[in-house]
Design a protein around this ligand. Structure first.
Ligand code: ACO
Ligand code: LMR
Length: 264
């Protein structure tokens, strides 16, 4: 019989060998003709399946709401400084992307991991938050530099409103709201942030859609797909900041001495 030469790469998400490229088996022509959006393309290339409209709409809302948050946040600041140092688009973009991590924008996966574990183990908000404190870990998805209990993050409210209207269940996010009520009783800046809203609502999307098995959900959470949403979204804004600085012909940035505490 035929002997198959061993391959060095295995790939399961796309195929460019035929007449037209396919994403998870769906040809480009169907993607265009059926009016698919970027949420559908993400569903195919990340989750290897088509998702219902409310799910792809949720993905698109996450991307639109996280596309930018002004010039002062970590990522945009790095991108602006890099663009002003005369660097190219890709360098300016990745310089901003490299700030995404446990404190800024990259807490989505950990929020999903910790809130899922706490909810699934039926921990009360008090047990969860105080348990994290004992371990010396800040609760991912909670806290913001400028948002407060009396000045909530509009993005979080918009995501919650959409999910409460369209998702079959929002149990993980509602649990995060209970946790937020407890953390807000400790300090006014310990609000649910956009990473926490996306992390917990994505758990609800995965569990509520009925399209993912439990081992598949565990694998998505374990591998950590969800920071990808913030990375993808924020790239839009970081590219915009690069063009903005170049359009404005901004000179090399140098931080003012007055804003540095020189001390021994
Ligand atoms: N869980 C528990 N306690 C917290 C948390 C938290 N998530 N955040 C702050 N605190 C408490 C701690 O007691 C902290 O003291 P510590 O330094 O001894 O731990 C105290 O508040 C003061 O913290 P600050 O560092 O002054 O708060 P800051 O405003 O700098 O922090 C931040 C903001 C970085 C977002 C923080 O709340 C945090 O680490 N949150 C978890 C990570 C996260 O969700 N990041 C995503 C933010 S949203 C975004 O970037 C798009
Ligand atoms: C963001 O989306 O960049 C912010 O929530 C972070 C910030 O510091 O405002």
């Amino acid at each position: 019989g035929k002997v198959r030469a061993p391959t060095h790469i295995i790939s399961t998400i796309s195929d460019d060998r035929g007449e037209e490229p396919c994403y998870a088996g769906v040809p480009m022509s169907s993607i265009v003709e059926q009016g698919y959006g970027v949420g559908d393309v993400i569903s195919l290339l990340w989750f290897k399946r088509s998702l219902p409209r409310y799910c792809t709409q949720f993905i698109e809302i996450c991307i639109m709401l996280c596309a930018d948050h002004g010039p002062c946040v970590s990522g945009a600041h790095n991108t602006i400084v890099t663009a002003r140092a005369g660097k190219d688009l890709v360098s300016s973009l990745v310089s901003g992307l490299l700030t995404i991590g446990p404190r800024f924008g990259g807490a989505v996966d950990d929020a999903a991991r910790y809130f899922k574990d706490a909810y699934d183990r039926s921990l009360t908000p008090y047990e969860f938050v105080e348990g994290m404190k004992k371990k010396g870990i800040r609760v991912p998805g909670i806290g913001h530099r400028i948002k407060r209990g009396d000045n909530r993050d509009k993005r979080v409210e918009l995501l919650q409103k959409f999910a409460r209207t369209h998702f079959p269940s929002t149990k993980y996010m509602e649990y995060a709201v209970e946790v937020e009520t407890y953390t807000l009783s400790k300090a006014n800046n310990l609000v649910m942030n956009v990473d926490g809203a996306i992390g917990t609502l994505f758990l609800d999307l995965l569990a509520g859609s009925g399209l993912f098995t439990k081992p598949e959900i565990d694998e998505i959470v374990e591998i950590g797909y969800l920071n990808g949403l913030f990375v993808l979204a924020r790239s839009i804004g970081l590219i915009g900041h690069t063009f903005d600085q170049k359009r404005l012909k901004q000179p090399l940035y140098r931080h003012p001495w007055e804003d540095v505490l020189y001390t021994k």
